[in-house]
Design a protein around this ligand. Structure first.
Ligand code: GLN
Length: 198
């Protein structure tokens, strides 16, 4: 059965996420059709959703203005998977610590935007992630810190701070898993509970 993967295409690494979900699906013996989400009406047809990085203030404003925010909330309420990365995680969080971001309250964490510090605006780190056998090459770009974790489960920490979490069907990362050839985070988010078919 073909999987319909919707990528929020307001801003950010849309094609990189599309490629990663297609590769991860193929490894699981599945095919993925990728659709870009810019307007209301697309999310209800999606099996899984990706919320890329970018600028969280802009993304959250457009999602609400276009009526997409409510559809994403319904998708999660129906138990369907979402991968939210960097600014996507900020938008998906319960609390973004910034009034200019209207969050979707999908992942029970409080984040601090751009909190990994100026010297470390951008860096790559080998990250141990729960559910993955080998470290994941995590690329951080003006990444948010997850300052407080409520009901969410921590999947990875860097420097003693959570950088990957799962809350029900939603996986959120401070880093950008779409920026390497390694698509195991996409696989973890979308196929972890599906038995491999080959
Ligand atoms: N700094 C951005 C924000 O706070 C997030 C950075 C990113 O997505 N790479 O919205």
């Amino acid at each position: 059965m073909t999987l319909t993967a919707g990528v929020v295409a307001v801003q950010g690494d849309v094609s990189e996420h599309a490629d990663a979900v297609c590769r991860a699906a193929e490894r699981r013996g599945r095919e993925a059709d990728v659709v870009e989400i810019r307007d209301a009406g697309v999310v209800p047809d999606c099996d899984v959703l990706l919320m890329p990085g970018g600028e969280s203030t802009t993304i959250s404003r457009l999602l609400h203005d276009e009526g997409i925010a409510a559809e994403i909330r319904d998708h999660v309420a129906a138990g369907k998977p979402v991968l939210a990365t960097c600014a996507g995680l900020i938008v998906a969080a319960t609390d973004a610590g910034d009034d200019r971001v209207e969050t979707l309250d999908l992942v029970d964490v409080t984040v601090q935007r751009n909190a990994f510090g100026r010297q470390k605006d951008s860096f790559e780190a080998p990250l141990a992630v729960d559910g993955l056998d080998e470290p994941f090459p995590a690329v951080f770009i003006r990444a948010p810190v997850i300052a407080d974790v409520g009901e969410a489960e921590v999947l990875a920490e860097w420097d003693g701070r959570p950088v990957a979490v799962r809350d029900g069907p939603v996986v959120g990362t401070s880093f950008h898993p779409e920026l390497t050839e390694d698509d195991r985070i996409h696989e973890l988010a979308f196929f972890a509970e599906t038995p491999a078919t080959q």
